[in-house]
Design a protein around this ligand. Structure first.
Ligand SMILES: Cc1cc2nc3c(=O)[nH]c(=O)nc-3n(C[C@H](O)[C@H](O)[C@H](O)COP(=O)(O)OP(=O)(O)OC[C@H]3O[C@@H](n4cnc5c(N)ncnc54)[C@H](O)[C@@H]3O)c2cc1C
Length: 414
């Protein structure tokens, strides 16, 4: 028997109300589709609200740079586009090179920015320190400033998109677990949830850490690895101001930004904890994930010359979640292999919160018109890296991409 609050039939069911699912649901509803946004937990409650909320518009290739830039354009025009108020800060970002090869990355990035019409410039270590007073210049070879980058309180992305989707008629269904993808004649026919069935010819798997599990219910194997990522926030510090830039140190894969009057530090350790969601109890939530402050302290030590403030400082918060890594460091977005009507969006390699505005729009365009406004070919879910590699290679490569997050692909170890 179905719950009477459950819609019997919709044009599209979106599984997962994190940043990616909520953005997709909003863009589908905006295009005129009837939508159900289903989450087994509260809306906007799992990995997305635990993110650092940083954008990075300059990426290692032109396509991803265009997508990340569209996402920031959409953050800038969020209220006009959705009707929901979004608070964000736009101090830009600094990227710091401590090694010769990373200095080359900065020059390549500035050249790409010039080609694509994005402002970016090399600044002296002294200028960088002027923007971010807790940055010490010792060991800094070069720095780049990208004024367009923003940071924000992450929960706003899924919460505001869910609210905006609801105002366009989408049914919001928190605490509703999707248990089966119903198929008919080799295509999606709906979903069965613990509250009843919803008929639909389109199902979007935006299940975050659970994406692979959900895709498997539709017979599709989309290979990615949920990987623990953490950050910490200091108590308020006298010289911190909100308009100080996000600061990333390339070789140590560490980021710092102002937050709640203190400084946030997060980063990418060499040996992250990888998760197999199938082995966890069905009721597992992100808040059940064990955290390890030691990982963050070691990351802070790796940048102690530039950020000595983190040595003995008191913390007000630390947190973590389960973003998903792929073997080639690219997202997955598009039709799932093997089942007509099933789409996936995820595998964002710790970048899916800030790109969610653009990624949700691109997937909605693919579903509704077949023609996304930007090239998404590298994210194809049926590519070799997400379908036909061994589990051993998947875990090894996923770890490699995680632990060298700010290194560009041509500098990665084999
Ligand atoms: C500490 C940290 C810092 C980060 N910093 C950044 C950053 O600065 N910038 C950035 O862009 N990204 C960042 N990320 C990554 C970002 O958080 C993720 O890429 C993004 O939030 C993924 O969103 P999602 O919607 O896929 O996942 P989630 O937010 O986890 O949403 C998935 C949802 O699916 C639901 N679900 C799963 N299975 C089912 C089912 N069977 N039925 C119903 N519902 C289901 C879950 O309950 C969950 O709510 C960070 C992550 C962490 C942990």
């Amino acid at each position: 028997m179905s719950d009477t609050n459950l819609p019997a039939r919709v044009d599209a069911v979106v599984i997962g109300a994190g940043g990616l699912g909520a953005s997709t649901a909003f863009h589908l509803a905006k295009a005129g589709l009837s939508v159900a946004l289903v989450d087994k937990a509260e809306l906007a409650s799992q990995t997305s609200p635990r993110a650092a909320g940083l954008t990075g518009v300059l990426r290692a290739d032109d396509d991803m740079t265009r997508i990340a830039t569209l996402a920031v354009d959409m953050i800038e025009s969020f209220e006009a586009d959705t009707g929901e108020k979004l608070v964000f800060f736009q101090p830009g970002s600094l990227k710091i090179a401590r090694r010769e090869q990373d200095e080359a990355q900065l020059h390549e990035a500035v050249a790409r920015a010039g080609r694509l019409g994005i402002a970016a410039r090399i600044v002296t270590p002294g200028e960088a320190q002027g923007m971010m007073p807790y940055l010490h210049t010792a060991g800094v070879r070069a720095a780049m400033h990208v004024p367009k980058d923003v940071y924000l309180e992450p929960v706003q992305i899924p919460a505001c998109y869910a609210a905006a989707a609801s105002k366009r008629g989408a049914a919001l269904l928190p605490n509703t677990r999707m248990e089966e993808i119903v198929t008919q004649a080799g295509a999606v026919a709906g979903v069965r949830t613990d509250r009843g069935e919803i008929r639909s010819q389109v199902v979007v798997d935006a299940a975050g850490g659970w994406l692979r599990l959900v895709a498997t219910m539709g017979g599709a194997d989309v290979k990615l690895v949920p990987t623990r990522h953490q950050l910490m926030i200091t108590v308020p510090l006298p010289k911190v101001q909100p308009m100080q830039p996000i600061t990333r140190i390339i070789d140590s894969n560490v980021y710092v930004r102002p937050d709640k009057g203190g400084l946030m530090l997060g980063g990418y350790e060499p040996d992250p904890m990888q998760f197999d969601m199938a082995s966890l109890p069905p009721g597992f939530r992100i808040e059940d994930m064990p955290l390890d402050l030691g990982v963050l302290r070691r990351l802070a030590d790796s940048v102690a010359e530039q950020f000595p403030i983190f040595r003995d400082v008191e913390l007000q918060e630390y947190r973590g979640g389960l973003p998903t890594m792929t073997a080639d460091g690219e997202h997955v977005l598009g039709a799932a292999p093997g089942l007509a009507g099933l789409f996936v969006i995820g595998g964002c390699c710790v970048g899916g919160l800030s790109t969610a505005p653009a990624l949700g729009r691109l997937l909605a365009e693919l579903i509704v018109t077949g023609k996304p406004c930007l090239n998404i070919a590298t994210m194809a879910p049926d590519r070799q890296a997400t379908t036909s590699i061994s589990e051993e290679t998947l875990h090894h490569k996923a770890q490699l991409h995680y632990s060298h997050h700010y290194w560009w692909p041509d500098t990665l170890p084999a």
